[in-house]
Design a protein around this ligand. Structure first.
Ligand code: 6GU
Length: 283
């Protein structure tokens, strides 16, 4: 996967090079480019924003700057692009040609294949979900457009929609200063699902949300710590009983903190019987 971010605060994206994402870059499974939007500003002051049409507080990011920035970055011809990996963009392997990466069906039209997915983090977007992360982990090229101030002139998005697949997404019901931190959140959620990036495949099959439930508690050695015991069942050696206990812990936790998730979770008769003992569903 190639991942590009356009921002007026490139240093904000430094964490992309670290830890999990840094490992994916080293493995050749990920290339990252961070681009300073000001490189596309044309006036002497390198301004990227101006007063909102119709008046009001704040500033709006200018279409004349964003338009060419997106076009260059989408095409892989961005000047001054801060390449984090040395792999050249144009003769890169498709992600499904990389070792250990399963091929997947391309459902997009032939001519759209090489067009990037454009993600625009905004509190006015659709809620970003684990399902989105799973789908987007199969993309070859993802571009994040990080807006600051009051936002980006809407015509940039309308224009981009004619060529790219544009997704305006929010990471939660609160307001951030700009899209940078949200881009980091979304990038991490996507990249960890690229085959081979997380060592243990089972560990994301068991993630919270993968089955629509929250994960229950986990324990390790020692068996007793500060007077607190690891639940006895976990030392029983009975895998079926351990699995059932974990499932019930997961159901209990979901019932306690996110009961609305139970409405759409996949529950079997055993789950329903257990939840009934807990008084769910209520009346
Ligand atoms: Cl994606 N961007 C900004 N600026 N604020 C947010 C957000 C995104 N999601 C929640 N708040």
């Amino acid at each position: 996967m190639r991942l590009d971010v356009i921002t007026i605060f490139p240093e904000y994206l430094d964490p992309l090079r670290h830890a999990l994402l840094g490992k994916a870059i080293e493995q050749g499974r990920l290339e990252v480019g961070v681009h300073d939007l000001r490189a596309w500003a044309t006036d002497a002051h390198k301004s990227v924003d101006s007063a909102p049409a119709g008046g009001g507080p704040g500033m709006v990011m200018k279409p004349q700057v964003w338009g060419p920035a997106l076009d260059d970055v989408a095409r892989g011809t961005a000047p001054g692009s801060d390449l984090v990996s040395a792999l050249p963009h144009l003769d890169r392997a498709r992600h499904d040609e990389l070792e250990g990466v399963a091929a997947h069906e391309y459902t997009e039209r032939e001519e759209e294949r090489d067009l990037p997915l454009l993600i625009v983090p905004t509190p006015a977007g659709k809620p970003f979900s684990q399902e989105d992360a799973r789908a987007w982990s199969h993309e070859e090229h993802v571009v994040f457009a990080c807006g600051r101030y009051e936002g980006i002139d809407q015509r940039v998005l309308v224009d981009a929609q004619q060529r790219y697949r544009v997704r305006e997404v929010s990471i939660g019901d609160y307001v951030l200063i700009g899209g940078e931190v949200a881009a980091l959140v979304i990038a991490e959620a996507i990249v960890r699902l690229i085959p081979g990036v997380l060592g243990n495949r089972r560990s994301h099959e068991e993630d919270s949300f993968s089955d629509g439930l929250l994960e229950g508690p986990c324990y390790t050695k020692p068996r007793q710590w500060r007077g607190l015991d690891v639940p006895e069942i976990l030392s029983s050696g009975n895998h079926a009983k351990v699995d059932r206990w974990r499932r019930e812990q997961s159901l209990l936790r979901t019932l306690e903190v996110r009961p609305e998730l139970l409405e759409s979770a996949e529950l079997d008769n055993q789950d329903l019987a257990f939840l009934a003992e807990q008084g769910w569903p209520r009346a």
